[in-house]
Design a protein around this ligand. Sequence first.
Ligand SMILES: *Cc1c(COP(=O)(O)O)cnc(C)c1O
Length: 332
Amino acid sequence: MERLSLDISDVWLARKRIASLIKKTPLVKSTELSRCAGCPVYLKMETQHEIHAFKVRGAANKILSLNQKERARGVTTFSTGNHGMAVAWVASRLGIPAVICVSRRVPAAKTEAIQRLGGRLHIHGESQDEAEAECVRLEREEGLTVISPFDDPWVIAGQGTIGLELLEDLPELGSVIIPLSGGGLLSGIGLAVKTNRPTSRIIGVSMEGPAVMHYSLKKGKTLVMPERTTLADSLLGGLGTDNRYTFHMVGDLADQTLLVSEREIAEGIAFMLNHHRTVVEGAAATTIAAILSRKFKPDPQPVVLILSGANLDPSTLFQAVRMAANHTKDPV
Ligand SMILES: *Cc1c(COP(=O)(O)O)cnc(C)c1O
């Protein structure tokens, strides 16, 4: 079975490989969330990478594993934004050409950022799957290497370096709550954390509606679902036409997957602004929502929330804060 070819040593190798490009991110205790949950709650600040999202880890590990010929031909990817930014950023650091294929649904803040980072932008189709098809064409016709956003052992191992950092900073951790889309983030962190601390709990959170991984796990097979507008736009996208790693890995590693509503995500964004003076995007706010909504059932063990990114349009931020203010008594 191909999925068994990835293990904890790949995560350690990833950590060494990406060390020159990626700095360790802080782990911050949240007094307010600890009070709400009744147990210590920590925030892993993946918002603090130069591109404000964790995806640089996987992209760096994958691109640094390419040989000289592959680097010279260049790389390409399809992405809801953060992965595209990550590939553009890593490639430009290493002097490698990068073509980023995105669907028309990707917010302007993200496409502009990709171009600023030196990526060549290809806007194609209405969904991730259409952008993916364009990407495959570039691979076939121009010989570029496709950097997959999640279903790739190097990408998964790169995201897993977050898990190693958590074990260093909080060896007594109990649960890790992780935003869940394609599942590369959860697979990597789950592999690193569960290998070293088998009693820990790994929880995936997605938005209600097009939570493809959540429903696929329930059905026992990968599903295709229509996309729709959500505050957690970084969690949009399918599992790929031929998922080889993350569907099985998330199935093995996740103890539970939860869904949160748009209103709960908005409240998560507003909460971070209010109590931590920090901007997070909707995808990251799903983890705050899991605590505030009490959908996550805490035990006395410390909980870590993965704040996966902070890339959102100002207009979306205002919309979220307004949505939250209309539903809470506290003035935001
Ligand atoms: C990509 C992304 C996720 C989800 O990661 P997967 O590996 O696709 O599950 C979560 N949050 C942010 C900010 C992302 O960019």
